[in-house]
Design a protein around this ligand. Structure first.
Ligand SMILES: [Cu+2]
Length: 135
């Protein structure tokens, strides 16, 4: 009987320590997950899968980006729908670049080494247009 009286508090202490360790490690994990930030130069914001963003020039933000030759542009799809970054115009792609369908929160990066104006669009949403100007 005496043994049980001694062992029981020890078991309880061990269980409490295990519970605290588990809860600490899970909150640490959550804070790390929420700190994952994808840096992007151009974003595809929410709701651009419906027409209307073109009227306020906010299908890609910014819709026109000016960079220096040799620089890189990263696009990030912040919408819940698929989008693409495809060179040219809807119905008239130029085959210079094509991200394919970008999943929500998927990003796409490209180096621009030639000076020029590069129009692009979304293959799924004809109203989505953007431009990269390389100086
Ligand atoms: Cu789109």
């Amino acid at each position: 009987m005496k043994k049980i009286i001694i062992i029981l508090p020890i078991i309880i202490i061990i269980l409490v320590v295990i519970a605290l360790t588990l809860s600490f490690s899970s909150t640490e994990k959550n804070s790390i997950e929420s700190e994952i930030i994808i840096e992007a130069d151009v974003i595809m914001p929410t709701k651009v899968s419906r027409p209307g963003c073109d009227e306020i020039d906010r299908c890609y933000i910014p819709s026109v980006i000016v960079i220096n030759s040799g620089q890189n542009v990263t696009w990030l799809n912040e919408d819940s729908a698929f989008h693409s970054v495809t060179s040219g115009f809807y119905g008239n792609p130029t085959d210079l670049f094509d991200s394919g369908h970008l999943d929500p929160f998927e990003s796409y990066s490209l180096d621009f080494n030639e000076i020029g104006t590069f129009d692009y669009f979304c293959t799924l949403h004809p109203w989505m247009k953007g431009q990269v100007i390389v100086e």
